[in-house]
Design a protein around this ligand. Sequence first.
Ligand SMILES: Nc1ncnc2c1ncn2[C@@H]1O[C@H](COP(=O)(O)OP(=O)(O)OP(=O)(O)O)[C@@H](O)[C@H]1O
Ligand SMILES: CC(C)(CO)[C@@H](O)C(=O)NCCC(=O)O
Ligand SMILES: [K+]
Length: 279
Amino acid sequence: MILDLDIGNTLSKWRLKDADSSEIRSRGAVWTREEWRPGSDIPDLDVVEAVRISSVARRAVLEETVSLLHRRVGAVHVARSTPEALGVTNGYEEPGRLGVDRWMGTLACYQLAGGCCSVDCGSAITVDFVLPGGRHLGGYILPGLRLMKESLKLGTRNVAIDPDSEAEELLGPGTRTVEAVNHGIYMAAVSAVNRIYSEVCDREGVPLPMLLTGGDARVISRGIQVPHAVWPDMVYAGLEACFPLTAAERAGRMSGAPRVPSPVSLEKIRAGLAFSMLL
Ligand SMILES: Nc1ncnc2c1ncn2[C@@H]1O[C@H](COP(=O)(O)OP(=O)(O)OP(=O)(O)O)[C@@H](O)[C@H]1O
Ligand SMILES: CC(C)(CO)[C@@H](O)C(=O)NCCC(=O)O
Ligand SMILES: [K+]
């Protein structure tokens, strides 16, 4: 079995992948904390032959995790943000400072779609761009839905947005505090993603396929106006591409990859942008 770990600021997600069949056997999430110890909600390490890790948590969390895993598992691969990988050049002035979850997601997206816009809707919402040809432009970081809500301190933090609600409903005016807050932060998030996408495609003169991942990807997806696809395993797919271990991975197949969405024409993107600015 291969254990893949995506250690975020809030949640540490894991999945167990069968090295022979390439099937995902189980998955889970635990709170990210200093001491990452196998317990009831963490898989049995006896069956694990290799681990791949993407971590944006404090260094102590990663060090603790790696030293624990090294004692139990033969191969431990830790992903890093590098100046170049898999045909993509990192757009950051200091490439190592780009969040490795962004780098993994973006590499996976590029492998799948070529030039792309990769969006991760987690504790933070990040939007990254790669041009056809592989130049990563950098990206945008904004607070995620939960963080935006908590920062308001209006006592509404425990009332999460129902992930099944329709965008149309969430974009209307709220008539109670929790609704006003939920609709406000939802509007902030989806408007930002829509606008960022159009602005960058306009600037660069190329319409790009958009892929979304992260805990809030499904609900944010409903408010995104341009064609896109949700890829829950996008960060894991970056780990697969960087550290291929199975036959399928070596052949370039990434698990859970969606069909590549065809972007709308540049003219349409520009018309939408002009419309929203001239109103
Ligand atoms: N059980 C949960 N605990 C925390 N967040 C949750 C949970 N279920 C859904 N969410 C939503 O998922 C978002 C967090 O997304 P994600 O699962 O990608 O976690 P993350 O690890 O915190 O992200 P990041 O990698 O940016 O740190 C939150 O904004 C929240 O709205
Ligand atoms: C932005 C987050 C928190 C998103 O998980 C992560 O990618 C991170 O800590 N990044 C480092 C800062 C940067 O990417 O510029
Ligand atoms: K994430």
